[in-house]
Design a binder for this molecule. Structure first.
Ligand code: HEM
Length: 201
């Protein structure tokens, strides 16, 4: 099975429509808002984890499917950014009204700050994914993308533990997601070390 760019973008749109449609079934306004905010946040986080796992999947199970996932990573990443953008916009509109001091004075500010670092990283990743910018950045494009995507995943652990309370209200969900992210980062660091050693030999 081969994945195309249009299929990836279509799936992204389908997820957005499904979340919006499901929210209509919730009668309580506050619960509906929490559902929408948390669902877009959670789907963005899971999408980011998936994007980071794709190269591992490809190296362990090379196939048409995994190679087409690898070549469409940019578009899956774009979906992840759009989900995060909707999450952040809903948070701003419903909780903070774009008021910076309300964010600074929030008792859960450390978690929100972690979310802001993750969002800024995803935004830079999305902006620098245009072919023209990739060409202009040349050799530094790959390290920039690698560092920012792993940084986003790492700080989202903090965001999840401090701000998570809906899908992530369950301790098991928090522990599972944290373990997966730590696993991916450790695997990457180990692999980098092995590659550096191979180059030295
Ligand atoms: C890459 C960017 C981000 C991602 C992937 C993300 C992801 C998440 C996740 C997974 C949750 C937990 C949802 C749950 O409990 O089921 C969450 C909750 C939350 N996030 Fe984010 N977040 C991001 C950025 C931000 C930013 C920049 C802010 C605000 C400054 C923010 C504010 C919140 C708030 C207030 C909650 C709690 C929602 C509630 O319980 O109603 N997030 N986010």
């Amino acid at each position: 099975m081969k994945i195309s760019r249009d299929l990836v973008l279509g799936i992204g749109l389908f997820i957005i429509i499904m979340i919006l449609a499901s929210s209509i079934l919730i009668e309580n306004n506050l619960q509906r808002t929490k559902f929408l905010i948390s669902s877009f946040g959670m789907i963005s986080l899971l999408g980011l984890i998936f994007v980071l796992i794709i190269p591992v999947l490809y190296s362990k199970f090379p196939s048409t499917l995994t190679s087409s996932l690898l070549s469409n990573r940019k578009w899956i990443g774009l979906n992840v950014f759009v989900f995060a953008l909707i999450h952040v916009m809903l948070v701003q509109l419903n909780y903070f009204n774009f008021n910076i001091s309300a964010i600074l004075n929030n008792p859960r500010f450390p978690g929100l700050f972690a979310g802001m670092i993750a969002f800024t990283s995803l935004m830079i990743l999305a902006i620098t994914s245009y072919d023209g910018i990739i060409r202009r950045l040349g050799k530094i494009w790959k390290p920039i993308h690698r560092v920012l995507s792993y940084l986003a995943a790492a700080v989202l652990i903090v965001h999840l533990w401090i701000n998570g309370g809906f899908w992530a209200g369950n301790m098991l969900v928090k522990i599972l997601i944290t373990a997966v992210i730590i696993g991916i980062i450790s695997y990457k660091i180990l692999n980098l070390n092995i590659n550096i050693k191979k180059q030295d030999e």
